[in-house]
Design a protein around this ligand. Structure first.
Ligand code: ADP
Ligand code: MG
Length: 357
């Protein structure tokens, strides 16, 4: 493995166009009776128009709190957004009023969650809920809205949409409920879809179909911020990947670059321990993570004294790719990353596996 160049990477940007979403130094902490958790601790990234960015990392790394901080849906308290900017279409959402945020949520930025029930009201038919979501942002007659609702159900792959529109959520299977939830999210034609583990609660076959649906939607030009702990889901959908650990992003890059050469020791451990399907335990339950320097250093086989203290290490380029960066001192001018980049076997196995089961 060759020695890497020693420049730091700028905020990743795939072209000159202004990003749709630009997050800078986001910080959200959560106060519990026992402790203060630095759930999001200086997170920066962008999502460009038409791009799918995937936030990966094990349970407890801060993925959900990051995404829920963007539009202020993270429960405050116990959470508190203590710093950063979230620019969406040129406006800082962290300074927006609650009424502005409410009007942006569901129209400009839609959320889909792991559990579709959270988006569905059991006492209304899915048609009524879709019509409501459509008419919130559009001056449209009731009958046109119903027509569009039916079309949305068809688009997300609900068979017999014109009939099923009058059914209640409980009359759908879990996978179909998630499709309905996605249809509701799409009703307002949002510029950004934030999907938090949307395929996690369903079985593998349904998961493959939902991935197919999401792929069609992303091909259609919508921007998507997708959260997953499942590297295979990310492989199927992402243009760019952000790897999160301990409330920080530790590596970022285009999917092909990052998957062919995972660089940060945490990313490498994530790939090495990946068994195809299951998740690792919630690390937050496994003891304290440092809140300065490199958050991974206590578990890193390559840690050196310089990994402790101060800010998170800067993002250094990996293999001369400006858009692929790792927040790890081994990629900086003082060190040689060779000891980290030793074994590509596990990674190659993962990439060669089919993405649909
Ligand atoms: P992920 O989505 O990556 O699994 P989260 O963003 O949900 O992780 O959580 C990040 C950290 O914040 C974890 O340590 C988690 O335990 C903690 N956390 C999240 N929500 C709460 C809450 N409501 N109360 C206490 N701790 C929380
Ligand atoms: Mg989560």
């Amino acid at each position: 493995m060759s020695t890497q160049p020693h420049t730091t990477t700028p905020q990743d940007r795939s072209d000159d166009e202004e990003p749709l979403l630009s997050v800078d130094d986001l910080r959200t902490r959560i106060r519990t009776e026992r402790e203060t958790i630095h759930a999001v601790d200086g997170v920066s990234f962008t999502v460009n128009r038409g791009e799918t960015v995937c936030l990966v990392g094990e349970s407890g790394s801060g993925k959900s709190v990051t995404c829920e901080s963007l539009t202020g849906i993270v429960p405050q308290p116990p959470a508190e957004i203590i710093g950063g900017t979230v620019e969406f279409k040129g406006r800082n959402l962290l300074e927006a009023s609650e009424s502005t945020l409410r009007s942006i949520r569901g129209t400009e930025i839609a959320h889909v969650f792991q559990n579709p029930q959270s988006a569905l009201d059991p006492v209304y038919t899915v048609g009524d809920q879709l019509v409501e979501a459509i008419t919130i942002h559009e001056e449209i007659s009731e009958s046109d809205a119903r027509e569009r609702a039916s079309e949305l159900l068809r688009q997300v792959g609900i068979p017999n949409a014109p009939t099923r529109i009058d059914d209640y959520p409980h009359e759908f299977s879990g996978g179909m409920q998630q499709r309905v939830a996605i249809a509701i999210a799409l009703a307002a034609d949002p510029a950004l879809l934030i999907a938090d583990e949307p395929t996690t609660a369903v079985d593998v076959t349904v998961q493959a179909r939902l991935i197919e649906l999401l792929r069609e939607l992303t091909d259609g030009g919508m921007s998507v911020l997708l959260i997953t702990h499942d590297l295979r889901v990310a492989a199927a959908l992402a243009d760019r990947v952000l790897v999160m650990f301990g409330g920080t992003i530790v590596e970022r890059g285009p999917i092909e670059a990052l998957y062919s050469q995972p660089a940060h020791p945490y990313t490498r451990s994530l790939f090495d321990s990946y068994d195809g399907l299951s998740r690792r335990g919630d690390r937050s339950a496994r003891g304290d993570i440092p809140t300065d320097g490199c958050r991974f250093r206590d578990e890193c086989p390559h840690a050196i004294d310089a990994c402790a203290g101060g800010d998170q290490p800067p993002f250094y380029t990996v293999d001369d790719r400006k858009t692929h960066g790792a927040s790890c001192l081994y990629y900086g001018p003082e060190h040689d990353p060779a000891p980290i980049l030793h074994d590509d076997a596990a990674v190659n196995t993962l990439i060669e596996e089919p993405t649909d089961d």
